[in-house]
Design a protein around this ligand. Sequence first.
Ligand code: SF4
Ligand code: SF4
Length: 225
Amino acid sequence: MAKDLEQPVVNALNQNYVKERKLNFLERIYLPEIFRGLWYTLKQMFQPKFTMMYPEEKWDPPAIFRGRPVLVEDNGKERCVACGLCARACPPLAISMQASENSDDPKERYPTFFEINMLRCIYCGFCEEVCPEEAIVMSKDYDLVFKSRGEAIYDKEKLLVPKEDLKDRLEFLRDYRNRQFGQFWNFPEENNIHSVRNRDSKWDTSLSLVEMLEAQRKEDSSSAS
Ligand code: SF4
Ligand code: SF4
């Protein structure tokens, strides 16, 4: 059915809207509301001040804060095993990497390059959420300045931060994940070394991942003693 374009759309402005609340005299002259606003402003002038003189004074954010994502450096190397999950989960496709292998290293895989385009990053933290190695975390760094687009592409050198400097965030993540998963996500450092070299034969054991890790740990400790 064709619309009657001559009929105005019903709204409170062009109709004498029946439910419209009638303002009383004081509301119509607005003065009490103006004085109420001025009184509120005056009261705030005597409240404690939270303004900081940035950049001379720097704010130290709490551990829950999500600043720029960084790669965790553990014993002089990246924890990252270049699985690509973070790049897959990143909504604005800010992460790119190339994986390589080193069979002499128990960790086996590592990224030959790892880059985050900080012009794209929206600080969502999805990369941190999905990383199975706790290798990428959100830092407290919010102070980013670039002079060109090229400078905004952070490579491995700029991204790597020693785990000691990320202690607050790593502890926060541990608490947060343990609350979600019980003891499942009690992240021991050796979990960082995921090797599938000797596990293929044991894969079809109907053990859960936790049980497999437990069995592996027992095996490792008995072979060490
Ligand atoms: S914080 Fe979000 S947008 Fe930034 S790199 Fe990680 S997943 Fe991508
Ligand atoms: S998800 Fe973690 S381990 Fe996998 S590529 Fe990203 S940072 Fe590396």
